[in-house]
Design a protein around this ligand. Structure first.
Ligand code: PHB
Length: 388
């Protein structure tokens, strides 16, 4: 009898308890996609959005119990417009969470605003070291990589191959600079020397003068960071200049990801380092690739994976706070405690909120970045300057 009365009491109290702090928020969740939909990175932005949407679809249109509503801005990979664009999403559209972007310079502007306003931000590509370094914050996350990661992994590989003298070539902005810095760090530790660092402004693709300089310098190898449309042209021009036959070209894997259709035979045999490959052959990746291809009539690439995982990270955080995005510390704790079941292989999120992940050595065979080996197991970005 006493037990019965207690049960009744609990039942009477439960609606009260539900309306308190841990009640499930079931309002729509506004997701602001700030991505490049035009310019040299347009294909990357679309792949990220597709990947994100695929995970949401697989969850029946909801993450953390909340239906997802999208608002989109084309950031044009233009850092000069970045602050205005991100403010539009926050102030005009009142988004609950920001997803963006591809370009490191734009992402740093987004991170600054996110930090100042406390808005949740998940970066689905841009590797800017600062985002999970000096700018790190409880409300800022990355589902992709730091520019340092693939560069560092490739430097070790190129040193082990016995190359001594390397020329680097990239766009002159955070991503290019930091990718080269990561490469140089491990390559020189391994006994090599970067003898020349060549660059041109983003997003220029007038490579001829620089290719002539490479030919004249006669290094043992070249390391490069280019991506998207610029990577297509660079690989074609490198082969066109006759350099592919004489000086091996290595890169961060963006050089050949999402680009192989357009690069054709000029990309054949290129070796790059990245946190994804086309032939991982795991059940998880096979299922992802099949679902992506069926849904979008396109082959997925690293950008699609990063978009998909941004949605997975958001879902993990939302689950931990029952959909209440105002609980920043609890949201962060939930993401940090989750192993993300990524198509790339499972990864954890560091204290600075960057993936701790395997970096693969890949080789282009036909239209695929085939897996050669794990170049670096569980590589964590050093998160220099992050105080959190
Ligand atoms: C970047 O700007 O951080 C960036 C852009 C494109 C990539 C990778 C990194 O593919």
């Amino acid at each position: 009898m006493k037990l019965f009365r207690l049960t009744l009491l609990a039942a009477a109290l439960s609606p009260l308890a539900l309306s308190s702090a841990m009640a499930q928020n079931t309002n729509k969740l506004k997701v602001g996609l700030m991505l490049p939909y035009t310019g040299t990175f347009a294909a990357l932005g679309n792949a990220i959005e597709n990947g994100f949407r695929l995970h949401v679809m697989e969850q029946g249109g909801k993450l953390g119990g909340r239906e997802i509503e999208f608002v989109k801005v084309d950031d044009e990979s233009d850092p000069a417009k970045a602050t205005d664009n991100v403010n539009k999403l926050i102030k005009r559209d009142n988004v609950d969470v920001l997803i963006g972007t591809v370009h490191s310079g734009v992402a740093m502007a987004m991170a600054k605003v996110a930090k100042d306003t406390g808005t949740l931000l998940i970066v689905p590509n841009a590797g800017a070291d600062a985002v999970t370094g000096p700018m790190c914050a409880p409300n800022i996350f990355r589902s992709s990589f730091s520019n340092w990661q693939p560069g560092y992994a490739m430097g070790e590989v190129v040193a082990k191959k016995g190359h001594k003298k390397v020329v680097t070539i990239t766009w002159k902005y955070a991503a290019g600079d930091e990718s080269v810095r990561g490469f140089k760090e491990s390559f020189e530790k391994g006994g090599g020397k970067v003898v020349k660092e060549l660059s041109l402004p983003f997003p220029n693709v007038e490579f001829q003068a620089l290719l002539t300089e490479i030919a004249a310098t006669k290094p043992d190898a070249v390391y490069t960071f280019f991506a998207g449309g610029g990577a297509v042209k660079f690989v074609k021009d490198y082969a066109g200049a006759g350099l592919k036959k004489t000086i091996p070209l290595y890169g961060a894997g963006f050089l050949t990801d999402g680009t192989l259709e357009a690069q054709g035979a000029d990309a054949d045999g290129l070796e790059t380092a990245l946190h994804y490959a086309d032939s991982l052959g795991t059940k998880r990746d096979n299922e992802f690739r099949l679902a992506y291809a069926k849904t979008f009539k396109l082959q997925p690439d690293v950008y699609a994976v990063q978009g998909y995982d941004a949605a997975q990270m958001l879902a993990a955080g939302l689950k931990g706070v029952k959909g209440d995005t105002s609980k920043k510390a609890e949201f962060a704790a939930a993401v940090e405690a989750t192993k993300i079941d990524s198509p790339r292989g499972p990864f954890t999120v560091s204290k600075a909120h960057n993936p701790v992940q395997d970096i693969y050595l890949r080789k282009v065979v036909g239209k695929e970045n085939t897996l050669v080996s794990v170049a670096s197991k569980g590589l964590a970005d050093p998160a220099r300057g992050c105080k959190m």
